[in-house]
Structures are given as structure tokens and as C-alpha cells.
Design a protein around this ligand. Structure first.
Ligand code: DOR
Ligand code: ZN
Length: 344
């Protein structure tokens, strides 16, 4: 039997939703993770400090008894975001980061940014006060093929925005391509990236060959194998600019198994088991703790967690096929191969 003990992980990109769904999915995160960056793409989105305070209270109220969990709140950047409101929410510790969704890029992103010039004053203020920008890095131009949207975003939007806003700290959320990994590697420490579990273990063939698998559909969409390989190399490299953001994104099973499938994989319950398995196969178990527990706090300027979790290698782990929530069942991500590591 093999065991490793690592500092308790954090999830640097998480969707918790609200109401009955929040109540149902939150325990799956608090079981393993100490903190998480909470995505603001509710309907309506979390756009002001007051919205973030109210949402944080609802999350805190839903934490299971005995669990120790800190939600790190984000604001949803719109063309009307008030720099003073954001600065006050950041200074008070209420808001950790701001999320940029290009309008129309993904689930509930209609209020996102269309004209990047309109958010320039907010971005400049963020650079001044040291508030990081979390970016959904895909263009929404209908002429750009969905598989190219990340690479084109880097050239057309991200690089120009970063050049125009020196000192702005940026997290490229859920990178899915070699282009994303390379862009991070070729820049300074003001740029980091989160990587999801599904993008480390799957490629687009897994989603599309032999039938379409809706529970593998997420955005940015899974790419070719060579991109998955580049992400795995980045995640297991020990480079502190790459860290875990599961992007665990629950949708009721009926919304996934539907004519127009919602985007998102629900990985909160088994993310760490799958990661341990993946890092082991890559011969990089010694790099797991950095990716899950050290690099994220370093980027965000936060202390690492003091407590630990232990992962044990044994017989293949089982987990429920779905969890029940007041909004209906949510199917748990199944990587499609046996996973031998459990969190004990
Ligand atoms: O797959 C995704 N699901 N990607 C996103 O960017 C949003 C998320 C969601 O909110 O469901
Ligand atoms: Zn997300």
C-alpha cells in the first residue's frame, strides 16, 4: 500500500450555483478542499460588492456542520462595473478576484464584456490595487472555429490587454491548449493558469468517438491529444504558474443528457483521486502537492493550508454515479478508467 500526505488542497476555479443546487454540491467540495475561488456566473450574475456579500452568506450558510471551508469570492466583470465598488470590496477582503467572461462565451455569460475598451478603467484600477483578473479565454466570433477560440483569444484579446495594463495579474482559467500553456510559460509571474481534471485526462476523441458523451462536454471544449499532453506536462512540471482549478460545474443530469447539452463536468467528488492517479502515471506524484496546494496560494498571495490530507493507493475506487440535489440528480464525472487513489 502506498500513501502520500499533502497539504490540504484548494480549488482555484469552482461553480457552486445557488439555492438547492448549492446545498447539494457544496459538501462534495468541502470534504476535500479548504478554499475555492467561487465563479460569479449566477443568473443574475454577481456584479457588485453587495451581491458578493449576499452570495458569500448563502454559501457560508450551506457549509455542512463541522466542515472548515472558505469561499473566495469573485465579481463578474461587466462594462458597467464600478471601479470604486470593486476596490472597496477587494480592500475589505470580501472579493479576491474579478472574472472576465467575453459576452456569449459560455454558461450565463450574456452580461460579459463585448468592448474591452469599456473595461479599461476597471482593469487599470485592478492593476493598481493588486486584484487579479480571472479570464475565460475564448473569443466568441462566430467565424472562429470552436477548437481555435483559445489560441485566437490570446492573440486578439489577452496579449493586447496585458500589454495595455502593466502590473495586472491574470489567471488564464482552464487552459486547454499547448498555446495556452506556452503563453503562460513565455511570460512573467504576473500570469498564471488553472487546469481542470478533465483536460488532463481526456481529449476530444474521448468525447466524440463511438458516440457523443455529454458528460465530457465542457467549455473550453476538449482538444486534440497533443494539447492534453502539453497540459499534463505543464501541470506536472513543478512550475508554480500552473495550479488546480477544477471548474467543477454541476448541471442537472437532464440538462446534460438533452438535445442541447449544457457545458460542464462535475468533478468535485473525485478530482483529487483522478489527479493522484494521473500524476502517478506521469511519474510525478512528487509534484502533486505543488499543483493542488502550494502554487495557487503563492499566486494569490495567501498562506498555504496548515492541515493535510492523505491519499492512499489501493483497489479501484468507486463513487456514486450521481448525487441527489433539490434541483435533480447531478452526474459525477467518470474518467472512463480505473482510479486507484482514495482520499482518506
Ligand atoms: O463548461 C463550463 N461550464 N465552462 C464554463 O466556462 C462555465 C461552466 C458552467 O458555468 O457551467
Ligand atoms: Zn468555469
Amino acid at each position: 500500500m502506498q500513501q502520500i500526505t499533502i497539504r490540504r488542497p484548494d480549488d482555484w476555479h469552482l461553480h457552486l450555483r445557488d439555492g438547492a443546487m448549492l446545498q447539494g454540491v457544496l459538501p462534495e467540495t468541502t470534504r476535500h478542499f479548504a478554499r475555492a475561488i467561487i465563479m460569479p456566473n449566477l443568473v443574475p450574475p454577481v456584479v457588485t460588492g453587495a451581491d458578493a456579500a449576499a452570495y458569500r452568506d448563502r454559501i457560508l450558510a450551506a457549509i455542512p456542520d463541522g466542515a472548515d471551508f472558505t469561499p473566495l469570492m469573485t465579481l463578474y466583470l461587466t462594462e458597467d462595473t464600478d471601479p470604486d465598488d470593486l476596490a472597496a470590496a477587494h480592500a475589505s477582503g470580501l472579493v479576491t478576484a474579478v472574472k472576465l467572461y467575453p459576452a456569449g462565451a459560455t454558461t450565463n455569460s450574456a452580461s460579459g464584456v463585448r468592448d474591452f475598451d469599456k473595461v479599461r478603467p476597471v482593469l487599470e484600477r485592478m492593476a493598481e490595487i493588486g486584484c487579479p483578473l480571472c479570464v475565460h479565454g475564448e473569443v466568441t466570433d462566430p467565424d472562429i472555429d470552436i477548437f481555435d477560440r483559445e489560441a485566437v483569444f490570446i492573440d486578439r484579446v489577452l496579449d493586447p490587454v496585458r500589454r495595455a495594463t502593466p502590473g495586472l495579474r491574470v489567471v488564464m482559467e482552464h487552459i486547454t491548449t499547448r498555446d495556452g500553456a506556452d503563453y503562460v510559460a513565455s511570460n512573467d509571474t504576473d500570469l498564471g493558469a488553472t487546469i481542470t481534471v478533465q483536460h488532463l485526462v481526456l481529449d476530444r476523441n474521448d468525447m466524440l468517438v463511438g458516440g457523443m458523451r455529454p458528460h465530457y462536454y465542457c467549455l473550453p471544449i476538449l482538444k486534440r491529444r497533443e494539447h492534453r499532453d502539453a497540459l499534463l506536462k505543464a501541470a506536472t512540471s513543478g512550475d508554480p504558474r500552473y495550479f488546480l482549478g477544477t471548474d467543477s460545474a454541476p448541471h442537472p443530469t437532464h440538462a446534460k443528457e438533452s438535445e442541447c447539452c449544457s457545458a460542464g463536468c462535475f468533478t468535485a467528488p473525485n478530482a483529487l483521486s483522478i489527479l493522484a492517479d494521473t500524476f502517478e502515471k506521469a511519474g510525478a506524484l512528487d509534484k502533486l502537492e505543488g499543483f493542488t496546494s502550494l502554487h495557487g496560494p503563492a499566486f494569490y498571495g495567501l498562506p498555504v493550508n496548515e492541515d493535510t490530507i492523505t491519499l492512499t493507493r489501493g483497489a479501484p475506487v468507486t463513487w456514486p454515479a450521481r448525487i441527489e440535489t433539490g434541483d435533480g440528480p447531478v452526474t459525477v464525472f467518470d474518467p472512463g478508467f480505473p482510479v486507484h487513489w482514495s482520499v482518506t
